[in-house]
Write a protein that binds this ligand. Sequence first.
Ligand SMILES: Nc1ncnc2c1ncn2[C@@H]1O[C@H](COP(=O)(O)OP(=O)(O)OP(=O)(O)O)[C@@H](O)[C@H]1O
Ligand SMILES: [Mg+2]
Length: 229
Amino acid sequence: MNSLDQANVSLERVCKAYDEAGIRRMVLNQLDLQVVGGEFVSIRGPSGSGKSTLLNILGGIDRADSGRVQIGDRNLIGLGETERTLFRRHHIGFVFQFFNLVPTLTVAENLRLPLELCKKHQNDDEVRLWLERFSLEDRSGAYPDVLSGGEQQRVAIIRAAIHRPSLILADEPTGNLDASVGGEVLQLLREVVDQGACVVMATHSEKAAHASDRRLLLKDGQLYPQSVF
Ligand SMILES: Nc1ncnc2c1ncn2[C@@H]1O[C@H](COP(=O)(O)OP(=O)(O)OP(=O)(O)O)[C@@H](O)[C@H]1O
Ligand SMILES: [Mg+2]
């Protein structure tokens, strides 16, 4: 892999609320977070505490109500929908909690997509090497609906890393994997961090969190160092 551009991530006083049946629920409340290039941060917290919401805001998929969301030299809050989409294609890799593979494309086509979208040189050998590394070489022509949960998760992880983004957001990336494949995924995240990228991972797994450089807990809409609890 080539080296990645460094990206510093900075969230300042980020607020996000959802209205549900007329009741306003504050999910993120004046949340601050700083991540430097070459750092792997993990976020734990109870179900519903806002981990996916936070990653979606960091990835420009969702919009914060207020605050500052700075990635590299861009404040995502100031960008329009199209600009955010283009920024995301080039600079961010996202491992979604529920994978979000394109159902009408094969595994290999799903993996070529991020390269095509950011107009990176396509190399079928590279796709093959990634598939081999994650023991998926015989699933290249399969469609997502015939893959197991763990196979879909591995494809989703390759898709997030293949275009060498400067920020990888990983939502429960080891949730469906056995220990050895889970270890391989964490090793991949470590490799991209060593090349200068930032990784922010939401997880329920204590073991996965221990693979990160800094463990944070999301509680009452704010982040705390895990060591405090
Ligand atoms: N689009 C939405 N509309 C309304 N409420 C939402 C929306 N998205 C998330 N929420 C609410 O925000 C809260 C945080 O949800 P989120 O998915 O971020 O939690 P989480 O920490 O990722 O949970 P889990 O560990 O179960 O994945 C939940 O109470 C959820 O119901
Ligand atoms: Mg979630």
